[in-house]
Design a protein around this ligand. Structure first.
Ligand code: COA
Length: 172
């Protein structure tokens, strides 16, 4: 039996359920510790991946936000995004085993379409070095940066925004 080609995963985007919370946390930690390795130091990634609150709070936050997940046909969670109701992208993470296959952009686009339909047009985020090109491709512009505190580290992240009036077609 031949292995499926990497590009024929046929990932499925769907709304988050509480049963996804643990897998999302796993993707988050792998995305930060492995996926961001070329851009942030070991102490920085260690600090970033250590959430300073309980798993219950992680799950509650995901439930509160507009959270979408991307799963492969065998059910493996490949990535997720969280939008706040005001259009701020709070999280966008894709497991390193599944990057550069359009999953991040597809998640961003799906959340974008839902918020646009709700009449929310402004978008913002704090982008990492790794996600900055993804957001740029989705029409976001960098307007500044900050050294975000994470445990005893500081992480350089980029303030990126997209003003209203851009249709979701423009980020295809
Ligand atoms: C950032 C991240 C979510 C991108 O997910 P992804 O599924 O690989 O993104 P996509 O495949 O949809 O990329 C879309 C486009 O963005 C750009 N892009 C994505 N990753 C890039 C990279 N590492 N370098 C340069 N451009 C990149 C490309 O234009 C890409 O299109 P292409 O592959 O056709 O050239 C993922 O790499 C990740 O989780 N990284 C580690 C954690 C992190 O930094 N998360 C963001 C926190 S704000």
């Amino acid at each position: 039996m031949t292995e499926p080609a990497p590009d024929s995963l046929d990932p499925i985007l769907r709304p988050w359920t509480a049963a996804d919370a643990r897998a999302c946390l796993r993707v988050f930690r792998r995305a930060v510790s492995v996926g961001a390795a070329h851009a942030y130091s070991v102490p920085q990634r260690h600090a970033w991946s250590r959430i300073p609150y309980s798993f219950d709070r992680w799950r509650q936050r995901q439930a509160r936000n507009l959270t979408l997940v991307c799963a492969t046909c065998d059910g493996t969670l490949a990535g997720f995004t969280e939008y706040r109701a005001d259009g701020h992208v709070h999280m966008l993470h894709v497991d390193p085993a599944f990057t550069r296959r359009g999953i991040g952009m597809a998640l961003l686009r799906a959340g974008d379409a839902i918020l646009t339909a709700r009449g929310v047009h402004h978008r913002s985020t704090w982008a990492s070095h790794v996600s900055k090109p993804v957001f740029a491709r989705a029409g976001f512009t960098a307007t500044g940066y900050r050294l975000a505190p994470a445990a005893d580290q500081r992480l350089l992240t980029w303030r990126m925004v997209r003003r209203g009036g851009v249709s979701c077609e423009s980020i295809r």
